[in-house]
Ligand binder design. Sequence first.
Ligand SMILES: Cc1ncc(COP(=O)(O)O)c(C=O)c1O
Length: 375
Amino acid sequence: MAAEGWIRQVSPFIGDEESRAVQRVVASGWITEGPESAAFVEELKEYVGAPYAVLAPNGTLALALGLLALDIGPGDEVLVPDTTFVGSASAVCLIGAKPVFVDVEPDTFQIDLADAERRTTSATKAVMPVHLYGTACDMDAVAEFADRRGIRVVEDAAQGMGVRFRDQHVGTFGDVGCFSFFADKTITTGEGGLVTCRDGNTYERLRMLRNQGRMNSGTFIHPSIGFNLRITDMQAALGRVQLRKLGAVIEKKQALYAAYAEAFRGIHGIRVLGAAEHANHVPFRCVIVVDDATALITHLTERQIEPRTFFYPLHLQPAFASLRGPSSPSDRGFPNAETGYARGICLPIHGGVTVDDVSRIADAISAGLRPTPLP
Ligand SMILES: Cc1ncc(COP(=O)(O)O)c(C=O)c1O
């Protein structure tokens, strides 16, 4: 097999500047939430264009915090697309509500609102559009659906830093918008998250819920029940450096995506996912759809290229077996989420990938997709 070394699926864009920023915080002696976190949240608000925001320990807890702030809990149902990271749904379970899985669109793999309509009940309190793989859900259609049903919108923008729909940043359309800064995200703090919102009451609830039921630390009188969902100034300092690099990171990702698209031109049997309508594209991965993902993944892995499958459909997850009820007559199953898993592949698109790597990956794919010659 190729002796060129592994091309890994993920690798954060971090360097000496991030190390120095963390060291400065450690040397300052203030390592819990403090000035760096306050500055980070202000900078994030400005970047995404949100009137209010709070930091969270990770994307999953950002979603749970957002749901709690909207008073969603036991007895309530939340519509969640079937193709997404498990954290979108486990956040719903964490706050005691029930995720109801919804099929995705065949072309974009974003939430299918016609299916969401079929699965809406009197217990449905929210819909969770997930902006998947670096582009956006149709937020006009989501708003229309939620308004008509009188339900809340909890945006999962975990993968959506830099992504815009009609020039508005994702995560700022819904009642709350949630981001992740895990190490494979467009900017990272190691672990970390953000919740944005548009109204002052929700903001107050977010602040109380994340800080032990009080607006500010330094008092032991707690007007309501809350938790510790804060982060540290070491993470915030790292994140502030990352935010300054965001433009360069987006440029690099888009250049690699263009190199992939060019290299795939002329290869039959491959569809490359890009920007959705009215949205831009900050590729989270280079996402392709082929006939048989399993065979191509084996072929690439043998050549020291690390691909990933799509997310495993949530309705098939062993973890959620207890949520499976009898299907109603209008239940059409989840054909698109299942097709995505059978046919979708994520290719690496990060700071460690070069244009030569892209050529190597494209050559390997071309060889892997070539029909077997007849004997
Ligand atoms: C779509 C989506 N939602 C939620 C999450 C959860 O974020 P975290 O890993 O920071 O908890 C992720 C993380 O990969 C994600 O991709």
